[in-house]
Design a protein around this ligand. Structure first.
Ligand code: SF4
Length: 363
């Protein structure tokens, strides 16, 4: 394979094969990948815009039967510190969010076997009744699969019920690495690769905005990272014309502190700044049909996030009030609104506050 030919193919926005992407990941000099990633960003995004937003992560419950080996957040039913967030706690947290100018809740949490469709639709309806302008970016494919099995309903019906109750967009949570070899080891009780993709296919059919993620840097191979990207790209290709599909892609590194994967299996995070930049550039190259690429400021910190913006990323995500899942495993980079904008400016870009649909990037 020839590097120059692959760069040309990437710059023509043609889909690279898994073998070609893996070759680039392994062989291309980092500075050349940064150059190509940046050129492709410019084909997707006019001007010097870099997005950011304000939202708040509230965990619905920390009770989860899944017990993923990279998760420090979940608790078994009956644990002394197990909880289900009450409406009065939501009210307090949403009031704090709106005081900062935010209007979106990222609602995530464990798969609590006691909570079914009635609970989630009731919760969404109540929150919308109390705060009609609030946006709910909530749950993720594993919860949809779980609700589908629990309620014996197809994914389309689960999603339609949640949308009717107030769901505005579906996070790409629980993708980890879309490889069943990997999933059987790190998250065996969670949605399979096919289930994760099937839920997203239905969400795209219903025109529910979605995002895609990758949690890498544990037991996966480079080829499996590239296969993950190719699977997302293939699904995006299937979305009905004019529908939202995957609005953005966000890769973040495994945070190992205190996790079962690290303590019991000796698997520590393979994260490094240069490798993250390489992954950002490769994501830009492989995902020729997903317009936005977000660097995970929360997990990589200021310097690597700034470099990511020069390697193809066009977004630094949210200031994320109260993130609990990756923070529980060692991600401690916190920034306020002024700081995130200052980071973007320092990197040479113009900060643009956006919403979950990436308006005004589409205006
Ligand atoms: S990562 Fe999510 S699904 Fe897995 S154990 Fe933690 S809360 Fe449960």
């Amino acid at each position: 394979m020839d590097l120059e030919e692959l760069y040309k193919k990437a710059l023509d926005l043609l889909p690279l094969t898994v073998e070609e992407g893996t070759f680039l990941y392994r062989k291309a000099p980092l500075q050349e990948l940064i150059f190509i990633g940046d050129k492709i960003r410019q084909l997707h995004i006019q001007g010097n815009k870099v997005g950011w937003m304000i939202d708040r992560n509230v965990n619905i419950t920390n009770i989860c039967f899944s017990q993923c080996s990279f998760c420090n957040f979940c608790r078994k039913k009956g644990s002394p510190d197990a909880y289900i967030t009450s409406i009065s706690e939501y009210v307090k947290k949403i009031d704090e969010l709106t005081a900062l100018g935010g209007d979106q809740l990222l609602l995530q949490g464990g798969m609590n076997p006691d909570l079914g469709m009635e609970f989630y639709t009731g919760l969404f309806r109540k929150l919308k009744e109390l705060y009609p302008a609030l946006k709910l970016h909530a749950l993720g494919p594993p919860e949809i699969v779980y609700l589908s099995k629990k309620e014996k309903l197809p994914y389309s019906e689960v999603l339609a019920n949640l949308i009717a109750a107030g769901l505005d967009s579906l996070p790409g949570a629980g993708a980890e690495i879309l490889s069943d070899r990997v999933r059987k080891i790190v998250s065996p009780a969670k949605a399979t690769t096919t289930e994760w993709l099937d839920v997203m296919r239905e969400a795209h059919r219903l025109n529910l905005p979605t995002s895609a993620t990758m949690m890498y840097g544990h037991i996966e191979t480079i080829k499996e990272r590239i296969e993950h990207l190719a699977r997302l790209r293939a699904l995006q290709e299937e979305k009905p014309e004019g529908h939202h599909g995957f609005i953005t892609f966000v890769p973040w590194a495994f945070q190992d502190e205190g996790t079962v994967l690290s303590l019991k299996h000796g698997i520590n995070s393979s994260y490094s700044g240069p490798d993250y930049i390489r992954l950002i550039a490769l994501s830009r190259i492989m995902l020729n049909n997903i317009r936005n690429l977000q660097a995970s400021l929360l997990t990589v910190g200021r310097e690597v996030a700034m470099l990511s913006l020069h390697a193809g990323a066009n977004d630094l995500g949210s200031i994320m009030m109260e993130e609990n899942v990756v923070s529980a495993a060692g991600a401690n980079n916190r920034f306020n609104s002024d700081e995130i904008q200052e980071i973007i400016r320092e990197a040479g870009f113009n900060p643009v506050r956006r919403n979950q649909k990436y308006d005004p990037f589409y205006s």
